[in-house]
Design a protein around this ligand. Structure first.
Ligand code: SF4
Length: 469
């Protein structure tokens, strides 16, 4: 069978990047190989994201462009199939089938392993739609794993351990598009990680919409908490680094803190979104924790591991946010001291409770607040990166750098790091003495001494920053 060309266009979060790999892997046995261009592909998949503003309208305009490509393919005497996947597919499956005749298959994130059958069904019947959520039992266990494993593609790989969310933050579509929280069994995850390790992967990032709400079935038949899963995976030979994303402050159990205290493989860098520093806004967002609760969670981590660093997400201009609320966010950022953070202006997502709220913040106020917040975060990130200068830090080398002779890797804090060396070091963790810094990247030389111990002091305002709060 001659190879068939597959083009996947992915939008949105890390989960979608991972899902694109899963879809490519599910289709590889059918002879599909990935291509960079949609125009000459035999199969185009739009892997959509519902987080963006006017997400579905953007999908329809992309489908309009694909209709022209599909018509051209037909004139050239070859076929082209079009699949819509991802969260817009999940949320608006029937509507997409009705409005967009160019689409052959609509598939929700739980059904990507069925893609070959769905394409065959579409060929026989004209169209195919599959957006059902699998039904979990009373412990949240799925009757069968919803995720097939992905192929190793380098030194670092993502593995899904959990999907969906039960938190219902008022601004977020995830509980509606990805369904209730379900966790994969420990044995299946360990099998995937073992196989990836056997194929050269050294770093695993465990992913889930609410990853530390993990409660998958353990080998003893009981639900295991996330920390216990981390202990199991840290035993797998070849895996030298473990990470996870995205976690929720309410689900930080003692087992996770304990894992950070004891597991060398668990990287001391945690993405822990808070969204706002104002208790009033946190309540309106239905986050079900206060700013003080969040600070206490951070303290628990820092108590367990002194060199731990944090990143977060922030929404500015949530409906009703006053200057006072925003000042509380700046104060929280000032107190925590982030190594990195993502901040966005609020925009309503159709179907969410927050989209019904009236007291919109003006665009001018949102712009001004976002600029102030980003200035503070940038200042903290630069200060954090400067703490690396002159120090020796462990780097996991992943690939050739952009310049000849350069090899690139990541520090425990995900900072890109570069040295001049042979590519024989790819896949190894080696100490690097950092000599210079270019924006977010570190440059240095391989060191013969072990990496230096914890760079950061616990507690508030650990780095010198230049921006005021
Ligand atoms: S916890 Fe995260 S995924 Fe769940 S509703 Fe809130 S923002 Fe969305």
């Amino acid at each position: 069978m001659p190879p068939r060309k597959l083009h996947i266009k992915s939008y949105g979060c890390q989960m979608n990047v991972y899902d694109a790999q899963r879809m490519a892997d599910a289709l590889a046995p059918e002879g599909y190989v990935e291509t960079a261009s949609a125009e000459d592909a035999d199969l185009v998949i739009l892997n959509t994201c519902h987080i963006r503003e006017k997400a579905s309208e953007k999908v329809y305009s992309e489908l309009g462009r694909l209709r022209a490509a599909k018509d051209q393919a037909a004139r050239d005497g070859r076929g082209m199939s079009v699949v819509v996947a991802g969260c817009v597919a999940q949320a608006e499956g029937e509507e997409i089938i009705r409005r967009a005749p160019v689409v052959d298959v609509v598939v929700g994130p739980q059904s990507y392993h069925h893609l070959p059958e769905l394409l065959a069904r579409a060929k026989a019947a004209g169209r195919a739609l599959e957006t059902e959520f699998p039904v979990a039992d009373k412990f949240g266990f799925l009757p069968q794993p919803s995720r097939q494993a992905i192929r190793a593609r380098g030194i670092s790989a993502f593995v899904t351990v959990q999907e969906g969310c039960d938190k219902f933050c008022t601004f977020c579509v995830v509980p509606y598009t990805r369904g209730a929280e379900v966790s994969r069994p420990v044995a299946k995850i360990a099998e995937d990680v073992q196989r990836l390790a056997d194929n050269g992967v050294r770093e695993i990032t465990l992913i889930g919409q609410n990853v530390n709400a993990y409660h998958g079935e353990g080998p003893d038949g009981r639900p295991w908490p996330f920390g216990k899963l981390l202990y199991r995976l840290a035993e797998i030979p070849g895996i030298v680094r473990l990470r996870y994303s995205t976690s929720h402050p309410r689900d930080v159990e003692d087992s996770l803190i304990d894992a950070h205290r004891h597991l060398d493989a668990l990287m001391p860098f945690v993405h822990l979104p808070v969204q706002s520093g104002s208790d009033r806004i946190l309540a309106a967002m239905n986050r079900r924790h206060s700013a003080s609760d969040y600070r206490r969670v951070i303290d628990r981590f820092r108590h367990a591991r002194q060199d731990i660093a944090f990143s977060s997400d922030f929404i500015v201009g949530f409906p009703g946010e006053t200057e006072e609320d925003f000042a509380a966010t700046l104060a929280l950022v000032g107190q925590i001291g982030y190594a990195a953070a993502y901040s966005f202006k609020y925009s309503p997502r159709p179907g969410t409770p927050a989209a019904e709220l009236r007291e919109a913040v003006s665009t001018a106020d949102m712009d001004a607040r976002l600029e102030r917040l980003q200035k503070l975060i940038d200042s903290q990130q630069s200060a954090f990166n400067r703490t690396a200068l002159g120090r020796t830090i462990d780097v996991l080398f992943e690939r050739a750098g952009r310049k000849p002779g350069q090899i690139a890797g990541r520090t425990p804090y995900l900072q890109p790091a570069h040295v001049e060396a042979s590519d024989a070091i790819i896949g190894q963790v080696l100490p690097v003495t950092v000599a210079s810094l270019e924006r977010y990247s570190l440059f240095g030389t391989l060191a013969s001494i072990p990496a230096s111990p914890a760079p950061l002091a616990p507690g508030e305002a650990q780095f010198q920053t230049t921006a005021g709060v």
